[in-house]
Design a protein around this ligand. Structure first.
Ligand code: TXA
Ligand code: MG
Length: 319
């Protein structure tokens, strides 16, 4: 039987019973548990095979819930919260002593977000506790943007995926940390850099790739298909280097018009937003076709293109 269901009451029951439920958000599906249940939080890490040094995002129903989670809200954090929540932005702030160390990997900060999804906002409003929710995929693999993606990863491990349809933004939230009360980008994501700068001015990016980064989702290889994947400027040229192989190509808006390839065009109308929303689903699809190689086209380096390139870079052996 399918574990995909629209029954919010069942989700509430399972979560109250310290079990996990995969929840929809506008970015990607999350693997959610009660932040105050040690049992639930440990099972998030074990289900995902995620190392304990990688802290979790706390999901709350409203900007006002922030006061219970953090001890200090810098002026620019308040501006950002008012501008973008509910939405695809996560902020890392000084944590309240109420937040368990298991959530934050022992750090004195906590990541928090108000997701912009009707079903999950309703769920969060009804629950007496916030939800910790990393993306609902095994550590390192492609994030899920449809209920079926989660089901194929975890049908033997969890009892329910709360069905909220396909994720409209399709890549993870943008993570913003604060140093001396000034915002810094820790992870590029579904909220474009330019939109953030319109609210708080020029902002620096610390989108690190080393082994113990500020935001460990930034490990160099992450969001990765199991098929060998390349990220290039000139897809047609790269194709000529893989003659005789089964090739999948992922392009922004223009077809290569080559029948010997499996091709996915992310947005014929050249919309970065549309491309971002289809990105992971397309990678899932190509990855299931037993291809020898996937060749992805690099996006223009602005707006959401920057975030899409960041994810493709981590999914690939780039040239
Ligand atoms: O869009 C999203 O953010 C999705 C949905 C489900 O909300 N969640 C998500 O979670 O992408 P996850 O666990 O895959 O990525 C969370 C990132 C990790 O890279 C983690 O290192 C970072 O947030 N993070 C969490 N707490 C942190 C902290 N205290 N300081 C710095 N980074 C933190
Ligand atoms: Mg993740």
């Amino acid at each position: 039987m399918s574990i995909i269901s629209k029954d919010i009451q069942k989700a509430i029951q399972l979560l109250t019973d310290e079990q996990l439920v995969a929840i929809p958000t506008e970015t990607v599906y999350g693997l959610a548990g009660n932040i105050f249940s040690e049992k639930a939080i440990k099972s998030i890490f074990s289900t995902k095979k995620r190392p304990f040094f990688n802290p979790l995002i706390v999901h709350v129903p409203s900007v006002s819930s922030l006061e219970n989670i953090v001890t200090h809200i810098p002026k620019k954090a308040k501006l950002l919260a008012d501008a973008f929540w509910p939405g695809s932005m996560t902020m890392v702030l000084k944590k309240s002593s109420k937040i368990p160390d298991l959530i934050t990997a022992g750090k004195d900060t906590v990541a928090v977000r108000v997701p912009n999804h009707k079903v999950t906002l309703e769920l969060l409003k009804q629950l007496p506790f916030p939800l910790a929710a990393p993306s609902a995929n095994p550590f390192g693999s492609i994030s899920p943007t449809k209920p079926t993606h989660v089901e194929s990863y975890f049908k033997d491990d969890i009892k329910m995926v709360l069905d909220g349809g396909s994720c409209t933004n399709g890549i993870e939230s943008t993570i913003i940390g604060f140093e001396n009360d000034e915002p810094i980008i820790y992870r590029l994501g579904a909220l474009a850099l330019e939109d953030i700068e319109a609210v708080v001015g020029k902002i620096s990016i610390k989108n690190k790739k080393e082994v113990s980064p500020d935001a460990p989702g930034m490990l160099a290889r992450h969001y990765a298909p199991s098929t060998k994947t390349f990220l290039v400027d000139d897809v047609a040229l790269e194709v000529t280097k893989h003659q005789g192989k089964k090739i999948g190509v992922l392009v922004f808006n223009q077809s290569l018009n080559n029948d010997s390839l499996t091709e996915i065009i992310l947005s014929e109308e050249k919309s970065m937003q549309k491309a971002a929303s289809k990105l992971y689903d397309s990678l899932h699809e190509l990855d299931h076709l037993n291809l020898d190689v996937i060749i992805a086209e690099r996006f223009p380096d602005n707006g959401l293109g920057k975030s899409i390139n960041d994810r493709l870079q981590r999914a690939t052996f780039s040239l």
